[in-house]
Design a protein around this ligand. Sequence first.
Ligand SMILES: [Zn+2]
Length: 420
Amino acid sequence: MNLSRIIFLLTAMLFFYSVSQAQTIAYTGAGIIVGDGSFINNGVLIVDQEGTIQACGPIEEVDVQADEVVDLSGKFIMPGIINTHGHVGDVKGIEPGHYSAENIKDQLKLYAYYGVTTVVSLGGDRQAAVPLRDVNYKGTPEGARLYIAGGIVNASTPAEARKQVDANIDMGVDFIKIRVDDNLGNSQKMTSAVYEAVIDQAHHHDKMLAAHMFYLDDSKSLLKAGADYLAHSIRDKEVDGEFIQMIKTTDVCYCPTLTRDLSTFIYETKAFFFEDPFFLEAYDASIVQPLLSEESQERVKNSKSAQTYKEALKVALKNLKTLSDAGVPIAFGTDSGVATRFQGYFEHVEMNLMAEAGMAPSTIIKSATGDAAQCMGIDHVGILSQGKEADFLVLQQNPHSDIRAMRSIEQVFVKGVSVR
Ligand SMILES: [Zn+2]
């Protein structure tokens, strides 16, 4: 082999090596919603080969040095949505009981399709979820990032409660979850002695305690006991000054899950979204057929609890507005992933309901990005700034002007990689 041939081969190898390596990419020209409430006109987002943000700012302040420049003029970039209260792996169609790793993977892709790039699964998580959560740290997720709470602690004594917390810790959970609720008088409520033990044991392991609740009084008691996150809206009555003071001084976040309540009564007639093309993009019309039967609709109409939750949603909307106006951090969440709460799509319905409650689009988006990340201690995503991982969406329209523009998703990136 002569020298020129060797040089040619070496050059060719070097060329193929360099193009096969992921490149640093600059996304230019878009309006950028940062995730902290701010907006950049004509911004630049630079993502390196590791999927980390190198720079994000106005074009005149960023030195654009990248292997590839992608012009996104006229479009909008924002951080991926973080759902701080979802569930994964259990439901197929509208039927529960299908828990598997495959199902979790499919659902994380489904969430990502609709722009949800992080899901905190608050309960019902089993061993199969652990490797899929670990991808967060070891690789690049193929869909939404996953965090888990394991089995919901439902002990009836403090000693049993501590054992259940420890079992979850052994499995490797990120959060501990409890329910403090009597389900509209239909079940026994967890006692304060038990939840105090759960909270203490969770904190002993440096984990946040997420509490399902319904009543204002329970919410106050949970805050007093040291709960770190309220996983639903207060729905029995309007929040008062004492509660606002308490939640602000404890720095606890409040997760509305308005669609949880909507899902209890919306199927009393044909749901408004069954023919929505955006819903049908990912969901086959056949899966909602059982919800259209007269028998099914009658059952919902005649369900006392469904009708109570319908009224409760009105209280929830009012409380959300009050708390948001008071400066309480709202952690976006839906409780989707339970049967008939459609993952990905319901996150968009939730945002519309938050707008209906009176929140400005920019506040809603902040709650679903930067605030959500901060609330859950998931600090590596949620805001588009240097050093964070590049989970972001490209939209055709500006959701800061109208929240329904969230539906104009064109591309979804997790750790810099396109997943839609
Ligand atoms: Zn839930």
